[in-house]
Design a protein around this ligand. Structure first.
Ligand code: NAP
Length: 253
């Protein structure tokens, strides 16, 4: 018996990185999983195949979560195949490491699109079914960049706005659906060893590690473990919270 037996979960951005670890973990815990990517269907299909080999059930979908039609189509595809969506992990996102003074209009549009619009469109599409059925979990992937202003090297002001919008908005949404069996929480990762670290300025990585009392990057599986707990019945009385999984980063070095 898995703690997520009978549940259906969409994990956005699960073709790689943190999302892939969440998809694997949720499937191992018994959920039927919708593996999602923006463009890399081969990767998403590989995750689905791996879950199937391990005895789980999954399907792959693609779409830009920052586009309303795509977000609605992802939820519709999940409902068509599995009949419902119990759990949404709004995880797809991007990072931009650039000083504010050098930021471009395109940086702003990309960050808001993938991060904040993605959370808005996906949550708005998935939530009504959860409320109707009286059980649901929305879990957003936040970021340590909303808690720490100075990383010593890397600069995230534009992305911080988009991630901060998610952490601000999830609390009033949580309050709105609190009496309908639906919880809305976030997990805020520190620096996690995924391909995303390759997209930030390498010279800042060492300085950032100096802010982590454990002096190591997190593993995607460590984020997945926190999300599996928040998705379970054991977390029924937790809502509107942001769980930091960051090796102690936000409490200082
Ligand atoms: N890694 C870290 O250190 C870290 C730290 C704090 C927060 N986070 C957050 O954790 C989440 C996952 O990060 P990660 O490290 O696993 O990143 P990653 O390895 O770069 O993977 C990102 C995933 O998101 C998808 N994606 C990105 N933008 C999308 C969009 N507009 N529409 C649909 N899918 C989109 C990608 O799909 P394709 O493969 O098809 O492009 C991919 O599946 C992100 O929200 C990130 O901000 C990561």
């Amino acid at each position: 018996m898995g703690v997520l037996d009978g549940r259906v979960a969409i994990v956005t951005g699960s073709s790689r990185g943190i999302g892939r670890a969440v998809a694997r973990r949720f499937a191992a815990d018994g959920a039927k999983v919708v593996v999602h990517c923006r463009a890399t269907m081969d990767n998403a299909e590989a995750v689905v195949a791996e879950i199937a080999r391990a005895g789980g059930t999954a399907m792959a979908v693609k779409g830009n979560v920052g586009h309303k039609q795509d977000a609605e189509a992802i939820v519709a595809a999940a409902e068509k195949r599995f009949g419902k969506v119990d759990i949404l992990v709004s995880n797809a996102g991007i990072v931009i490491d650039r000083p504010f003074l050098e930021s471009t209009d395109e940086d702003w549009a990309r960050a808001m699109d993938s991060n904040l619009n993605g959370f808005f469109y996906m949550t708005r599409a998935a939530l009504p079914g959860m409320v109707k059925r009286g059980w649901g979990r929305v879990i957003a992937t936040g970021s340590c960049i909303t808690e720490i202003a100075d990383f010593g090297g890397n600069k995230y002001s534009v992305c911080t706005a988009s991630k901060g919008g998610i952490s601000a908005m999830l609390r009033p949404i949580a309050a709105e659906v609190a009496r309908q069996g639906v919880t809305v929480n976030g997990v805020s990762p520190g620096y996690i060893a995924t391909e995303m670290l390759g997209e930030i300025d390498a010279s800042g990585l060492e300085a950032a590690l100096g802010l982590v009392p454990m002096r190591r990057y997190g593993k995607p599986e460590e984020i997945a473990a926190a999300m599996a707990f928040l998705a379970s019945d054991d977390a029924a009385y937790i809502t509107g919270q942001i769980l930091r999984v960051n090796g102690g980063m936000s409490m200082g070095g």
